[in-house]
Design a protein around this ligand. Structure first.
Ligand code: ADP
Ligand code: NA
Length: 329
């Protein structure tokens, strides 16, 4: 049996929204705090599958580093680094691309959606799940915190592990998904609760950002789309907008939906939005302030990343040596 190791990556593509924060960052912090061996990287190579301005990319890497530290990632207990600083990700990716098939990758729904909107489809977009597999396998990661929509990509990783083993012998653990039990892996757009909250949404009021002020949080929540029933009840199927507010409240205040609904007793959705805004401000305010303070110390942030890269390289080198030997290189 392989020792448990959690691997997670986040793209440096601008301010995090509360879906990213609760669904990805805070989950990682909680795994770390429970004692997991956590490798957390800034997926700068992945971000290049869409156009990135070089200067903005450097700023975004530092912004994300500040956010991760402010959220509670401890660079002594966890390994925090940028993907591009560990060349083994790309090197293992190449070996895996030789085992992956075009047909399998071209059938993945995320690829189909994204490529359908493009005239020229970069190959990197097709290979994205192979690089994701390399990100995890290069550390012999056993567990990956994911949302439901990432499960297919993890299946690509499992299949690559099987193919690799079939040809070269047992080398990697098969990475398993860690799904959120609290619904944090799927916050909905505030403007259209039939969609996920997403950075790529063109309506800025669809997301609450980690950088938003208390006033902005309240404003965006006030504009959040609900329905024509004033009572606050939890019913994801029939009342997605109101249920999403309850989900936000629960994540912000560490409550169960029953408890949030009880607290909302006697309030209409309009007044309940203020309760949610207050809970969210209380949860995010300290993170936002710590992130802003850290962001004013870019040298410290770069040091943290350098230190993480050194530790990550040691781990990746060890795995990659054995991979090369298996393959006959
Ligand atoms: P986006 O869809 O906003 O571009 P990413 O795809 O970069 O976000 O996702 C980064 C992380 O945040 C992933 O772990 C993903 O599962 C999580 N995440 C993204 N959107 C949401 C959401 N609406 N609710 C919960 N978690 C989310
Ligand atoms: Na996404």
């Amino acid at each position: 049996e392989w020792p448990r190791r959690v691997v997670s990556g986040l793209q440096p593509t601008g301010a995090l929204h509360i879906g990213n924060y609760f669904g990805a960052v805070r989950r990682c912090v909680r795994l770390q705090d429970k004692g997991d061996d956590l490798m957390i990287f800034i997926a700068d190579l992945h971000s290049l599958t869409t156009h990135q301005d070089p200067a903005a990319l450097q700023e975004n890497v530092l912004d994300l580093t500040a956010c991760l530290l402010a959220s509670g990632i401890d660079p002594d207990r966890s390994v925090l680094f940028t993907q591009s600083s560990v060349a083994r990700h790309s090197e293992l990716c190449w070996l895996l691309t030789c085992l992956a098939t075009h047909a399998r990758l071209a059938h993945l729904p995320q690829y189909k959606d994204k490529s359908a909107k493009m005239k020229e489809v970069p190959l990197g977009l097709l290979l994205y799940p192979v690089l994701q597999a390399a990100d995890v396998l290069v550390y012999r990661g056993t567990h990956v915190p994911v949302g439901v929509d990432q499960l297919q990509h993890l299946q690509v990783a499992s299949q690559l592990v099987r193919t690799f083993h079939h040809r070269f012998g047992r080398t990697f653990p098969t990475p398993k998904p860690l799904l959120a039990e609290d619904g944090s892996d799927r916050l909905l757009s505030l403007r259209d609760p039939s969609k996920k909250m997403s950075k790529s949404d063109t309506d800025p009021k669809s997301c609450i950002l980690l950088t938003d002020s208390d006033d902005t949080i309240l404003l965006k929540l006030r504009k959040a789309v609900t329905d024509f029933t004033p009572q606050v009840t939890f019913d994801r199927e029939n009342r997605p907008g109101v249920s999403n507010l309850i989900a936000v409240h629960c994540l912000a205040a560490d409550k169960l939906p029953e408890e949030a609904v009880e607290e909302a007793d006697g309030l209409d959705t309009g007044r309940y939005k203020r309760v949610v805004a207050a809970a969210l401000s209380e949860a995010l305010g300290p993170v936002r302030e710590r992130a802003a303070a850290l962001r004013r110390r870019p040298e410290l942030l770069r040091d943290v990343l350098r230190h993480g890269a050194v530790r990550a390289r040691v781990r990746a080198d060890e795995v990659y040596e054995s991979v090369l030997a298996r393959v006959g290189l």
